[in-house]
Design a protein around this ligand. Sequence first.
Ligand code: SOE
Length: 357
Amino acid sequence: MSKPLIRVALIGQGFMGRAHSNAYRQAPHFFDLPYDLDCRLLCGRNRDVLEKTAATWGWSEISTDWRAAVARSDIDLVDIAVPNALHAPIALAAAEAGKMVLCEKPLATSAEEAVRMAEAARGVPNFVWFNYRRVPAVALCRRFIDEGRIGRVFHYRATYLQEWGNDPTRPPGWKTQRAEAGSGVLGDLLSHLVDTALWLNGPIREVCSLLETFATGRDVDDAVMLLARFANGSIGTFEATRYAVGYTNCNAFTIHGEGGMLRFNLEEMNWLEYAEAAAPRERRGIVRVPVANPSFWKPGHPIGYEHTFIAALADFLFGLSRGEAAHPTFEDGRETAGVLDAAARAAAARAWVPVTI
Ligand code: SOE
């Protein structure tokens, strides 16, 4: 039986353009999706690269004009994987045209922009690609929390450590320019930590932070440290940096509750670590649990970064078929933007500030 067809326009052909392209190609191989996907249009700035990328990933057509792409009547879903400053204009136009709209993280370059985007997207299916929620070990962590295994939470500790900011040979790119990125690690890395924290541990009420720029002449933050008070009474520390020499992509968190501890590190993404406070003293310690998503391979057969995007897309499509939102939605993205906004305000004021948006 034929399935309803979704005709996709992907705007962006960089790192995330490839990650999303792969998800559209692979999702039907691993999931019995409720829709057929038509990879119809790939949109980007550089025509030469565009032709090659479209051929590699199987996009039928190309365009260098995102406005025309969004306006096409034969496009149902617009997926945004471009520099952050373009997220809002494209998402607003797509929502106004009645398209489903998926957007890379961070949702916006400011909290005000995120509010406008969340409002505009209220009438259409929408989703933000905070892909790390789909790491099976992170999802299991959420399940353990929901089951009450760690009980009342005391500490939430998260770090996102990269080192590429320290590489003097690296050519300048959009991520280090405020006009295109909006911020540095705040939007790029801290946003991931905050999205995961809000999902696992609930709302953040107030924050205190510092931002640092190590590179001369750079107008975005290279590092951020944040203290947070959660609504559930727990306290959090967050650190995100591009100057953690020795770390390539270490996205990690530890949660300590009265019933135990949960620990995750993306560098060991097929594992969740768990300690149970009530275990007998002679067996008390940290257990390393292998975690898999059975939609991919058999237990014990590791998955990788790309599977998080494939699973995210599948969740969005299954949600769509049931008339339910898949999270994180634009509204969830707005909540994260509110915490990032508070972090920037706190750093400027050198003070504790409430999360207001
Ligand atoms: C930055 O280096 C980056 O590519 C982020 O933009 C991604 O969101 C993160 O998943 C990996 O690191």
